[in-house]
Design a protein around this ligand. Structure first.
Ligand code: MG
Length: 274
């Protein structure tokens, strides 16, 4: 800075320079993060276009459960889950009379929870509901997440009229790819994810094939067989670390009282070798 600048101006410039790299509220995101490989965007890029909103229609009743599904949560018990890393799952159980309509809610201090049973390739159905009335903005509004194998996050966020960086909104593969459209319902309404996951393959400690995700949000296809760049990361490049062929499904405690209900999974046979 030029030494002859007046004191107030110098103070103003210094204050600007001291601002965190998160940009203004109407364009949240970052400008100092690494470039995503194969994409013109940075991780959580403030300039990355936000997907257009698509009204998915009214929320349906809890979806039916296929006969061969493993029921992870039917509204009556948290028994299929534990606190991530071990210990009792301490989210709040909210019973209901209708089948599969009971919910669990992220409890203050409860921590993230994970399935006791590990899964690899799978079809996963999850219903979730952002708090109403909404509280906070951007990443601070209705934030949770569904992590496949405890590593690969499909973002849960109240993205209804709540701008945030595109790769961090609801149904984004967090930090990697925004959904193709924003199919969020308003806070307080039930929403669904149908997730089709192919686990990554490793051999001799090396990645042989990437993980793939297809995500249907409220009946709308928003991620179509997308190759993942690695484990979910915040503000840094995702990368792969070899891990076992199965891992837990994790529901994230991000400090917001998001609710979940009617969660089931269908383990899938491994695809034929290429
Ligand atoms: Mg999250």
């Amino acid at each position: 800075m030029h030494p002859t600048l007046s004191h107030p101006l110098r103070a103003a410039c210094a204050a600007l320079l001291a601002l965190p790299p998160m940009t203004a509220q109407d364009q949240p995101g970052y400008t100092d993060t690494p470039q995503l490989p194969g994409q013109p965007w940075r991780v959580h890029d403030a300039e990355r276009p936000r997907p257009p909103a698509v009204d998915p229609g009214p929320a349906p009743a809890p979806a039916p459960v296929p006969a061969d599904a493993v029921v992870l949560f039917d509204g009556t018990s948290l028994d299929a889950f534990q606190r991530q890393g071990g210990g009792e799952a301490r989210w709040t159980l909210i019973p209901a009379d209708a089948p599969r309509a009971g919910a669990m809610e992220v409890a203050r201090g409860g921590g993230s929870i994970e399935t006791k049973q590990p899964f690899g390739d799978c079809q996963l159905h999850v219903e979730w509901r952002a708090p109403a009335p909404p509280h906070g903005d951007s990443q601070g509004r209705g934030n949770s997440g569904v992590f496949l194998m405890g590593r690969y996050e499909v973002q849960v966020l109240d993205s209804y009229e709540n701008p945030t960086y595109a790769d961090g909104q609801a149904a984004a593969i967090y930090g990697q790819k925004p959904p193709d459209v924003n199919a969020c319902r308003p806070p307080g309404e039930w929403q669904s994810y149908d997730i089709f996951f192919t686990a990554p393959r490793f051999a001799d400690g090396e990645l042989v094939s990437s993980a793939y995700l297809t995500v249907v949000h409220n009946g709308v296809l928003v991620q179509n067989h997308v190759a993942l760049l690695g484990s979910t990361a915040h503000r840094t490049l995702p990368s792969y670390t070899p891990h076992p062929p199965q891992g837990p499904i994790v529901l994230q405690d991000h400090g917001d009282p998001v609710r979940f209900r009617n969660i089931w999974v269908r383990p899938l046979p491994a695809p034929p070798a290429q």
